[in-house]
Write a protein that binds this ligand. Sequence first.
Ligand code: PGA
Length: 278
Amino acid sequence: MEVIIVKDADEVAVTAADICCDMLTIRPNATLGLATGSTPIRLYEQLVSRYRAGDISFAKVATFNLDEYLGVGSDSPLSYRRFMNEHLFDHTDIDFVNTHFPTCAPGSDPRLMGPEYEDKIQRRGGIDLQVLGIGANGHIGFNEPGSSLGSCTRIKTLAQRTVNDNNRLLSENQIQPDMALTMGIGTILNARRILMLATGESKARAIARAVEGAVTAMCPASALQMHAYVRIVVDEAAAKELMQTEYYRWVRKKNESITAEHGGRAGEDPWFHPSLRI
Ligand code: PGA
């Protein structure tokens, strides 16, 4: 895992946006896996301003969001579809037909929706770059502690801690959903590149467990240790409980010197080198 420690949340967003832009430069028709939550909002702001500046286009991009609440319609203010429209899609040239969520139409059997979503991802050729946040309990998507490390898209019941954490995003009288359809940990691990973001001290423990702890279903993000191409961008507060911060900074410096020596333009970042099966 490549751990990138930067000063604050703004730098996390800029660093993550650089990586996403490199991806879109190399592969303009990339398939992105996207996340909701408070952490990626600044990343999406960055992407919108880079789109407005003409640096990137989403015209050929397809997206698959990690999760969606069960029983929440796409026009509900709670829905992740609405979140993504407001924070990213409405402000870019993306074709809405190419934006996907694991949803279940009223009256349909939600148990069948997971396999359908997996098929859709496969038909598109798989996910090139998956963006992730991390829950304070170590969850990724809505894969709560105890989730199978090989799981596919399916229904999950939210952990009480997640319900509590998400309460802050609700206005008065809104009922907090407690079930969701979510990509599984196995779905996430199938992405070719994974970019996880974390900011703030409330994530420090989860980041330490994910990066330096044992691989365990009790910390779903620790499964990322099994993937060959994961970048974790954290601010100093979220890095607080990591034991090897000096080493991660040193590795970053060494990688930068290799990039400077052998090419530093988009497309030449070793993470995206064609020989690495991007
Ligand atoms: P947050 O959520 O970005 O709102 O902290 C992250 C997550 O739960 O995955």
